[in-house]
Design a protein around this ligand. Structure first.
Ligand code: GLN
Length: 466
């Protein structure tokens, strides 16, 4: 699809549409929608901002590319004056005191936030069913899950309720719902976009990223949000990616894929056949394709969940009803903590907090947590070797189709295993883009750290090839 941002920009500038009408239409769609994508609407501020854009245009002033473009925000980002719930009972009434850096950059560029979007509570999940706002329904088949954890964001983009949305990806939460709803979703390199103001899940893999309907829109939003931030010491400076450098020109990429991802019985037969057919098409185009060895899905999933649970147990310890969170009073302070946390965290979040504290505790941490860190280093080293041989790695996003609503809640272990193809790239802190092609749940393109330009260029090539 062409860039929706550029299309709307031209319509605004040529006065074919007004920003107020556009924002009103999108708000109406969000209000009526039956997919459970909305935690709260930012109606008043959105309409005010739209009126200001219209006034500027009426005045003959020029507007920036993102000015007046309506977008959505996963409900884990601080936006001053809005409620940031993380889809949890614990923070049902929590008002953000400040605005996340990534969001502030979009606001500075004039983009208009419409909605705080439904997601799995604290990013804990792969289906957007772990939420107090009702399970997010899939944009293509509402009997299926919207994917997670940024499910509301993906469905809003797929249904065109928002032009783009900002999700969060710790172990796949942008890429997997993008795949389940047939849109683009980018997890940038760790550190490219500031995490300041993103509610922390697992700080060592948390990434801010865009979901959109075109590669061009992903590029525009990525450029706007990127950059070093004094408030997040893990950020690095990066150059803007130009439209020119990612055009599909002569393509000399060498493509790798993990043999073990498509062998064995974890992968659905159709996903496998479609993936193999995509590889064959690349070969037919004269692209050099290499098979690579990688860690088993089970190893990746257990390493990721060991570390993610440990980090989330630590990050969420401040939600005790005294520092943060809805307080439930009990007989004494200890009891107050216990009751507040037992009543206000979901089953899934509690499972992770208990698991995380266990792997961090004396007697277990050497055997489990430290082992996880060691494996993570091995995974990173493996990637380093791979990128000496290939420019990009192609993989399915998920082993199978989106589950029916209700199924993942019954079988959390199966849900964890469905993350087998996304979590490895998170542990490697590598940039990875989901493209809505190749298999029913898309393909992932991964490159070496900070090589987002290679990924976007290859995505443009795939768009014309597959
Ligand atoms: N499904 C993975 C998890 O539950 C990833 C979630 C995420 O990226 N926030 O941890």
């Amino acid at each position: 699809m062409e860039s929706q941002i550029k299309k709307i920009h031209e319509q605004l500038v040529s006065k074919e549409i007004t920003c107020s009408d556009l924002v009103q239409q999108k708000l109406a769609l969000l209000k009526e929608n039956k997919y459970n994508t909305v935690n709260s609407l930012l109606e008043i501020t959105a309409l005010e901002k739209a009126a200001a854009v219209d006034a500027k245009i009426a005045n003959g002033e020029s507007i920036g590319l993102l000015e007046g473009i309506p977008f959505g925000i996963k409900d884990v980002y601080m936006v001053q004056g809005t409620t940031t719930t993380a889809s949890s009972k614990m923070l049902e009434n929590y008002k953000s005191a400040y605005t996340a850096t990534a969001i502030q950059k979009l606001l500075d560029a004039g983009a208009i936030p419409l909605v705080k979007e439904n997601c799995d509570s604290f990013g804990h999940g792969s289906s957007s069913e772990n939420t107090i706002f009702g399970a997010v329904k899939n944009a293509i088949n509402p009997d299926l899950v919207g994917g997670g954890s940024s499910g509301g964001s993906a469905v809003n983009v797929a249904k065109e309720y928002t032009v783009f949305s900002i999700g969060g990806d710790t172990g796949g939460s942008i890429r997997q719902p993008a795949g389940y709803n047939n849109i683009y979703g980018l997890k940038p390199s760790y550190g490219r976009i500031s995490r300041y103001g993103l509610m922390a899940y697992a700080s060592s893999t948390d990434c801010v990223g865009p979901l959109a309907k075109s590669i061009e829109d992903i590029r525009i939003v990525l450029n706007t949000m990127s950059g070093k931030d004094a408030k997040d010491q893990t950020t690095v400076a990066s150059e803007d990616i130009t439209a020119e450098e990612i055009k599909n020109g002569s393509n000399t990429n060498t493509v790798g894929y993990f043999k073990n991802f498509i062998e064995g019985d974890a992968i659905d037969a159709k996903v496998k056949a479609d993936f193999v057919a995509s590889i064959d098409k690349l070969k037919a185009q004269g692209i050099e394709v290499k098979e690579l060895d990688f860690f088993k899905g089970n190893t990746l999933v257990s390493t990721y969940y060991t570390l993610a649970m440990a980090e989330t147990a630590s990050n969420l310890s401040r939600l005790d009803g005294t520092n943060y969170g809805n307080r439930i009073e009990a007989e004494n302070l200890i009891e107050t903590y216990a009751v507040t946390r037992s009543e206000s965290f979901s089953e899934e979040s509690k499972r992770r907090i208990v698991g995380g504290n266990q792997v961090l505790s004396q007697g277990f941490s050497d055997a489990i947590y430290l082992k996880g860190l060691e494996l993570r280093d091995q995974i990173a080293a493996n990637f380093e070797e791979d990128f000496k041989e290939v420019d990009v790695i192609l993989s399915p996003v998920t082993p199978g189709a989106p589950p029916k609503i209700g199924d993942s809640l019954k079988d959390p272990h199966a849900m964890y295993l469905s993350d087998a193809y996304t979590v490895g790239f998170s542990l490697g802190q590598l940039p990875t883009l989901t493209v809505p092609q190749g298999t029913d749940t898309g393909l992932q393109i991964t490159a070496a750290k900070n090589k987002e330009n290679k990924i976007l260029k290859f995505a443009n090539f795939l768009k014309d090839t597959l």
